[in-house]
Ligand binder design. Structure first.
Ligand SMILES: Nc1ncnc2c1ncn2[C@@H]1O[C@H](COP(=O)(O)OP(=O)(O)OP(=O)(O)O)[C@@H](O)[C@H]1O
Length: 284
């Protein structure tokens, strides 16, 4: 069980924001943190990992106190048994794939686990390859294998798949699911992607302006909640009729701008209403 309560004053572009959150996460659960940009999702992961010191609160993980403000306890990141995967891969470029994973193993860990990790992340045939020769998706698989090598008490994933193309992203989502089923690691994923959250998580926590607003199942959150029909994308152009052409995953959708000041590359959220949906089976 992970039990935390965290307070931190954040300096945002719009001014000061008081992050104040608490949660209890059962062992082995896969939880997604969802919320708009700048609401404090990464800060929460960084505080759990010990990279950012909270102003107040506590972090208890499986009956061990990692942080306690009034008890003046704050254990080092290296002692927290955390696996962390960021959007950028942070691998050792001069080592090959196997060496990168081996490096992460604890002193008492048998190197035999490396073959299992290579297998579960689909890297067996790339074990001797130098990191620079791999694609982004392959590098992210190495980062994942490295993060779970020590069987962390918490696996923290900060938008690990957002810079990866769609096909590889789906493959990596399957890998994440397989890893979670096999090792039952308590996992916290930061993601903006409803698809990913629904596919992977037991619970979604909605963070808004530094506060947890809702904790529920992804099905409930995306079906009936206020997030029901919102899709995120980026503007690639604005046509002569005043429609924004928005890239959503690998499709372009044209949406009326309706008098808003928008430019190319802006991140936007499209709210849909009165959808007439037809369904046709495309296979398993
Ligand atoms: N050490 C710090 N002290 C104070 N404020 C900080 C610190 N680190 C980051 N911030 C600010 O906290 C705010 C929230 O940042 P954070 O990265 O946690 O948001 P986020 O929800 O993960 O956003 P995104 O989805 O864009 O990654 C930002 O405005 C950031 O500048």
């Amino acid at each position: 069980m992970i039990n935390f309560s965290l307070q931190k004053q954040l300096h945002t572009a719009a001014g000061e924001m008081q992050l104040q959150v608490s949660a209890q996460i059962e062992r082995g659960k896969f939880v997604s943190l969802y919320g708009a940009s700048g609401t404090g999702k990464t800060s929460i992961l960084r505080m759990l990992a010990g990279f950012m010191k909270p102003d107040d609160g506590f972090i208890n993980v499986n009956d061990t106190v990692w942080y306690h403000a009034s008890g003046k306890r704050n254990i080092e990141p290296q002692q927290r048994r955390i696996g962390f995967v960021f959007q950028d891969y942070a691998l050792f470029p001069n080592m090959n794939v196997r060496e990168n994973i081996l490096f992460a193993l604890g002193k008492n860990e048998s190197p035999a686990i490396v073959d299992e990790l290579l297998d579960v992340t689909g890297l067996t045939n790339l074990a001797a390859r130098k990191i620079q020769t791999l694609s982004g998706g392959q590098q992210q698989r190495v980062a994942l294998a490295r993060a779970i090598a020590n069987k962390p008490a918490i696996l923290l994933l900060d938008e690990p798949l957002s810079a990866i193309d769609n096909e590889m992203r789906v493959y990596l989502q399957d890998t994440l699911k397989e890893i979670h089923q096999r090792y039952a690691l308590t996992t916290i994923l930061v993601s903006h992607n409803a698809n990913e959250i629904i596919k992977l998580s037991d619970l979604v926590i909605h963070l808004d302006q530094g506060r947890f607003q809702q904790q529920t199942t992804p099905a409930r959150f995306f079906q009936n909640g206020q997030e029901a029909a919102k899709i995120a994308g980026n503007i690639v152009s604005i046509d002569e009729n005043g429609n924004a052409v928005v890239l959503i995953e690998n499709r372009l959708v044209s949406v009326p701008v309706a008098g808003q000041q928008l430019s190319i590359n802006d991140k936007v959220e499209i709210t849909c209403s009165n959808i007439k949906a037809d369904l046709s089976k495309q296979g398993k």
